[in-house]
Design a protein around this ligand. Structure first.
Ligand SMILES: [Zn+2]
Length: 277
């Protein structure tokens, strides 16, 4: 018999017969993995896990929002399934908001939570054809009872259109994730600092509250040729003082197509040069 501790989120969901977002009960899934979730006031972290033998207790901050609690519990369950045998984990907002791209236990725990609580099989059909904006993120976040950041990342990765999600702290980029292979990655490298004229910068500095949306010229975001000729739909929400998650959506895909052509030309020029060599 395969131990439940070696299973992937997809296997767990299949095994429990979960076919709708409303059936994703984190407490029941954790129990299935021999972990119990408790809700208690915590200071200094969002959640922690203590494991012994093949059983674990996950404690989640009882004062956090429900969406945050669910994600934190999924994150700790990820540690239980992936990093078992290591010392106990206590995880704060920093771990959950900042670690999405590095290869470390925090990123793996976030990925586990995302695959479990926003499973692609259920998410993709609901995200199909939807605009890559904060409004869609809010809507899908409600359906899956998930935090906006986790939902935004899933929407960019599994949505229908070329887009990018970025995270800024005090105007400085901490990470970004592009949608699939359709984006010319090397050419579309976003700015390190927020341009002060963007709605994300205004949100970051407290000039506006909670969220915003705008159509902006892409030269505010990317240092590429002719960037001022194209527009991108920018929408953003705040996750804390000075922390902002931004979505960029190429509703008009002209820039992507032009850049792809440029990339192809560069590649063929390089191979010509090799032939002459
Ligand atoms: Zn953690």
């Amino acid at each position: 018999m395969i131990s439940s501790l070696t299973k992937t989120p997809e296997q767990l969901l299949d095994e429990l017969g979960i076919t709708e977002p409303s059936q994703i009960k984190i407490e029941a899934i954790a129990y299935h993995c021999q972990a119990i979730i408790l809700y208690e006031p915590l200071s200094g972290c969002e959640a922690n896990i203590v494991g012994r033998g093949d059983r674990a207790i996950i404690t989640v901050d009882s004062s956090a929002l429900r969406t945050r609690q669910r994600f934190s519990a999924g994150h700790e369950l990820g540690h239980w399934m992936k990093d078992r045998g290591q010392v106990a984990f206590g995880c704060g907002r920093e771990q959950m908001d900042s670690h999405w791209i590095a290869n470390n236990p925090e990123t793996r725990a976030n990925q586990f939570a995302s695959d479990l609580l926003l499973p692609s099989k259920l998410f993709v059909p609901l995200a199909k054809g939807r605009p890559i904006t904060v409004e869609t993120v809010r809507d899908l976040g409600r359906v899956f009872e998930m935090s906006l950041t986790a939902t935004a990342i899933k929407l960019v990765r599994f949505g229908s259109f070329p887009s990018m999600v970025l995270y800024f702290e005090d105007g400085e980029r901490k990470w970004f994730i592009p949608s699939g292979q359709d984006l010319p990655r090397l050419l579309l490298w976003p700015v390190k600092q927020l341009d002060p004229s963007t709605v994300s910068a205004r949100l970051s500095s407290g000039g506006i509250e909670r969220e915003g949306m705008d159509d902006v010229r892409t030269d505010k975001w990317f240092d590429v040729q002719n960037a001022n000729r194209y527009y991108v739909r920018e929408s953003c929400f705040a996750t804390g003082p000075g922390s902002v998650v931004t979505l960029l959506w190429w509703e008009d895909e002209k820039q992507i197509i032009d850049l792809q052509e440029e990339e192809e030309q560069n590649a063929s020029r390089r191979s010509d040069w090799r032939r002459e060599d």
